[in-house]
Design a protein around this ligand. Structure first.
Ligand SMILES: Cc1cc2nc3c(=O)[nH]c(=O)nc-3n(C[C@H](O)[C@H](O)[C@H](O)COP(=O)(O)O)c2cc1C
Ligand code: SF4
Length: 473
């Protein structure tokens, strides 16, 4: 048996985090949705340290501090896989969750052999909703096949991609759905312990989850063979990357690690670990209850099921929506979002700042993992940030690379220093070696932070080349 040992974090660990002990009241959000909203209304951009990059309030940005306001929440797919309860006002208590049929899927799963759970999740075609779109069933099968025990399950609730607020409201208003999904995963892979890695910026989600965990323990759903604890981060975007996340839980300095070994083989405390995004877990009860075929029938191509998309405040109808994969970006922007409140659409950033921009001419692209990748964009975590002509491309590049530099874990030189250099080049409009730096980021970065920044820069060159050239004229 492996002894679980958490390192006692020293100053080299503490110094990594931006928000340890930071009170968020009165802090201006500097995330991308707030950035474009301030440009749109002509407000000055804040420049306070430590920076707060996303408070999960992009539907009402620009914002300062926390708020309990809810976004508009609607289902725009044939089936409400994830948002049903939220669209009906939420299910914060166990009783409400039970009344709506909650934990029935866990009963079905626990009455069946673990292989049946693994088989259903694999056949459903579910892919990770945290950004990379990795097949969930494949991940679970690998962890289940490991001989070593104990095994662990982690929910990635870091939701660092500015523009996305779906995990926030899933956890605040439907916390038992995440717990149920994690418990089903634990049954499938044979895990005895779980963590929810929650970002510092979501204190209301913490209360909601802790209350729900206590209720689940009292009801005997957790505690016998599998239990979950909430682990709160201290403000670091890179801790959403799964190897940094695992180091953070272990109490070590969270610098991204090279793989293999993968977390499924050697994860937290060296043990097989399944790490999935909150929304990924929230899909699982529906799959177990309705079957893999019903799930496969939703979506299209290699992107099955539904996806939550978060629309920012520049839309006429900002909010949180469940859509089916295969819908066009245009329908999301024009029909669901109602187009822009005012001004002309200049572009859409889907999946956070580490992804390519979609220019108005490509709005007919289908919303699917491969289809978005084919135009240099990404489904990411489903944040949809529209921006108008009052955001200049030079300012946007500066904002994204400033964020990239601030949140780099520092392990790779082009990411640690090159990001800062690109920020300076665009600030001073001196046409330095920025294309070379982007190339270095693209080819030598250890993780998706560097390669994502490169993808963003490439889309800027491809779709906004003339405006970029005019910055250096
Ligand atoms: C820089 C970076 C930041 C990330 N941030 C998050 C995050 O905030 N939430 C998340 O679920 N996944 C994030 N990921 C993806 C995770 O590394 C991992 O792929 C994911 O948690 C796996 O779960 P999934 O398969 O359910 O998506 C990030 C990846 C990178 C490279
Ligand atoms: S690309 Fe950036 S964030 Fe990722 S490992 Fe390298 S330095 Fe760290």
């Amino acid at each position: 048996m492996h002894a679980r040992r958490r390192y006692e974090p020293g100053p080299e660990v503490d110094s990594f985090y931006h928000l340890r002990g930071c009170d968020l009241a009165g802090r201006a959000c500097q995330g991308t949705a707030c950035f474009v909203a301030r440009n749109s209304s002509g407000e000055a951009q804040p420049c306070e340290d430590p920076r707060v990059y996303c408070l999960g309030r992009c539907f009402e940005s620009p914002v300062t501090g926390l708020s309990g306001r809810r976004p508009r929440i609607e289902v725009h797919s044939r089936e409400a896989v994830v948002l049903k309860r939220l669209a009906e006002g939420g299910a914060r208590s166990l009783e409400t969750y039970w009344r709506g049929g909650g934990y029935h899927a866990l009963e079905i799963a626990r009455a069946a052999p673990p292989e049946a759970v693994l088989d259903a999740v694999e056949k459903s075609g579910l892919r990770g909703r945290g950004g990379a779109g990795f097949p969930t069933g494949q991940k679970w099968l690998t962890a289940a096949a490991q001989k070593s025990s104990p095994k662990y399950v982690v929910a990635n609730a870091d939701e660092g991609d500015a523009g996305a607020f779906s995990d926030r409201f899933l956890m605040e208003d439907d916390p038992h759905a995440l717990i149920e999904g994690m418990a089903i995963a634990a049954h499938g892979i044979g895990a005895e312990r779980g963590w929810i890695y929650l970002r510092h910026e979501y204190p209301a989600a913490r209360s909601s989850l802790e209350r729900a965990l206590a209720e689940a323990r009292d009801a005997g759903i957790l505690g016998r063979g599998f239990d979950i604890e909430v682990f709160v981060g201290h403000g670091s975007y890179i801790c959403g990357e799964e190897s940094a996340l695992l180091l953070s839980i272990e109490g070590r300095r969270p610098e991204v690690m090279a793989r293999p070994p993968y977390l499924t083989e050697r994860g937290i405390f060296g043990q097989p670990t399944v790490a999935n995004n909150v929304e990924t877990f929230a899909n699982v009860p529906w799959i177990i209850e309705h079957g893999a075929d019903a799930y496969q029938a939703l979506g299209f191509s290699k992107s099955r099921g539904t996806k939550l998309v978060s629309l920012n405040s520049l839309f006429a109808r900002p909010g949180l929506y469940e859509v089916e994969f295969g819908i066009s970006v245009r329908r999301i922007v024009e029909e669901i979002g109602g187009g822009l409140r005012k001004g002309a659409l200049k572009g859409v950033i889907i999946g956070g700042p580490l992804a390519g921009i979609i220019p108005p001419g490509l709005l007919d692209t289908m919303f699917g993992f491969e289809e978005l990748a084919a135009i240099g964009a990404s489904a990411g975590h489903g944040g949809v940030i529209a921006f108008d002509e009052r955001t200049s491309i030079a300012a946007l590049v500066r904002h994204v690379f400033s964020f990239g530099a601030y949140e780099s874990c520092g392990k790779c030189t082009p990411c640690r220093l090159g990001t800062r250099r690109i920020e300076e080049i665009f600030a001073k409009a001196d046409d330095g070696e920025w294309r070379e730096i982007v190339n270095a980021l693209k080819w030598t970065s250890l993780c998706g932070h560097g390669t994502g920044l490169a993808a963003f820069a490439e889309s800027v060159m491809r779709y906004y080349g003339e405006e970029v050239a005019s910055c250096f004229a």
